[in-house]
Design a protein around this ligand. Structure first.
Ligand code: TRP
Length: 426
């Protein structure tokens, strides 16, 4: 089986915090160690310009996020690690996709609608007040990030699911209009990492200003841990570990055995001050090594820059030739370009490699699968799946019979794919 591609990016507007680490960076690094995946991780610095117009902050955040990935042990021989702005094909693709995206789709984007709602609530005449075209078209840039590398799996937070759905829509339209060049991506949401609480108990997030920076100094870490909210239960009173921010953070970093012990201590009435010390010790322990590496890298940014440059070269080995194909599919071609003749007229080309043929076949199949989506849904939604699978196949066969030659071939292709896919139910 061919490897799946995992891809994710982090917007360079802030300092990485414990929530980013547990929710995004740690699982991504784990995936990059898994031989079943190809991984692409990047600094989404074009995305930063959408919401942040403070150049010093964007620049600083890029340094911090890059150094963080490396300090945490990302192996850049295994993963492709790059900066979005080093890949000019991404902005090029953004334009081609912009021309494949209906304005209505963007009107429905949560990020845009949130701004409109806020303006409406504030009683503003212009509901688009303060909305840039960057914010409005943000999902298209994100689609380009994803589709550029034909990524299959996109690990993201819940708030990003809609963007992945939009990337699928846009890819589908391109595939249908031109050629099936793009893989349709899937969001992967890890429920447990959605629950990392911040200092005040709400989800840890830059926008709530309740974060613990991943690599703050020992003193600052101690101070922040001491600020974590607790209830008023005194020492000796039993406490609920699940409802406690301190315990949730502790168990995200401690070993399972340590977490079990600590849970017991909560039931036995550990004092909040002691629970805070335990959390501080645990965090400081786990983070001190990568923190030292982080500090080294932050004072040796030339090395970090080199790593990104190399990653950029590696990424462009994929993006540049792929973008050529995308442009050609859309008709942006050298004047002398001669399109390949339809297959029937040319003898089978010997020089096509097995992988190329497999890719073409995969693309063809993906396009057909998209057409068939409603039919698959009928089967998966049915109580008696075998019965429904039979019915769907019978309907398609009847359709094939009634068609003229060319259409018949198309429907026959669909019937073939359908029969293969539904075999599991029969
Ligand atoms: N928009 C994402 C965020 O704010 C970051 C991002 C940009 C991203 N491009 C991406 C995430 C592509 C996954 C895939 O979190």
């Amino acid at each position: 089986m061919s490897k799946k591609t995992v891809l994710t990016g982090i917007t360079t507007t802030g300092t990485p915090h414990i929530g980013n680490y547990l929710g995004a960076i740690k699982p991504a690094i784990q995936a990059s160690e898994d031989a079943r995946y190809n991984s692409f991780f990047f600094l989404a610095d074009y995305h930063a310009l959408i919401k942040c117009h403070d150049p010093a902050r964007v620049a600083r955040s890029s340094q911090e996020i890059a150094a963080t990935w490396l300090a945490l042990g990302l192996d850049t021989d295994k993963a492709t690690f790059y900066r979005q702005t080093d890949i000019p094909e991404i902005t090029e693709l953004t334009w081609l996709l912009t021309c494949m995206t209906s304005k209505g789709l963007m009107n429905r984007s949560h990020a845009y609608k949130a701004s409109v709602d806020a303006n409406r609530e504030a009683g503003k005449d212009d509901v688009d007040d303060g909305v840039t075209m960057g914010l409005f078209g943000y999902p298209i840039l994100m689609a380009a990030d994803i589709l550029m590398f034909n990524a299959d799996i996109i690990p993201v937070g819940k708030d990003q699911i809609q963007h992945i759905e939009m990337a699928r829509d846009i890819a589908g339209r391109f595939n249908h209009t031109y050629e099936p060049l793009f893989t349709l991506p899937n969001a992967q949401v890890d429920e447990s990492s959605q629950l990392i609480p911040g200092l005040d108990g709400r989800k840890m997030s830059k926008s709530y200003d309740n974060t613990i920076p991943l690599f703050c100094s020992t003193d600052e870490l101690r101070k922040l841990v001491s600020q974590i909210v607790t209830d008023t239960r005194g020492p000796g009173e039993p406490k609920d570990p699940e409802g406690s921010t301190l315990f949730q953070l502790y168990s995200s970093f401690a070993s399972p055995e340590q977490a079990t012990d600590m849970r017991q201590r909560y039931f036995e009435g550990i004092a909040w001050s002691e629970a805070k010390s335990a959390l501080f010790e645990c965090l400081d322990n786990q983070l001190s090594e990568p923190r030292a590496r982080y500090n080294e890298l932050m004072s040796d940014l030339g090395t970090v820059e080199d790593v990104l440059q190399k990653g950029g070269v590696k990424a462009r080995e994929k993006s540049a030739p792929f973008m050529d194909n995308v442009r050609i599919a859309a008709g942006i071609r050298p004047l002398t370009y001669v399109p390949a003749k339809p297959q029937a007229d040319v003898p089978a080309k010997k020089e096509k490699s097995v992988e190329e043929l497999a890719r073409v076949e995969q693309g063809r199949r993906r396009a057909i699968m998209m057409q068939l989506k409603p039919l698959f849904e009928r089967v998966t939604a049915a109580d008696d799946k075998a019965e429904m699978a039979k019915q769907v196949l019978a309907e398609k066969s009847a359709e094939v019979e009634q068609l003229k030659k060319k259409q018949k071939q198309k429907a026959q292709n669909e019937l073939d794919v359908l029969a293969e896919e539904l075999a599991q139910y029969l």
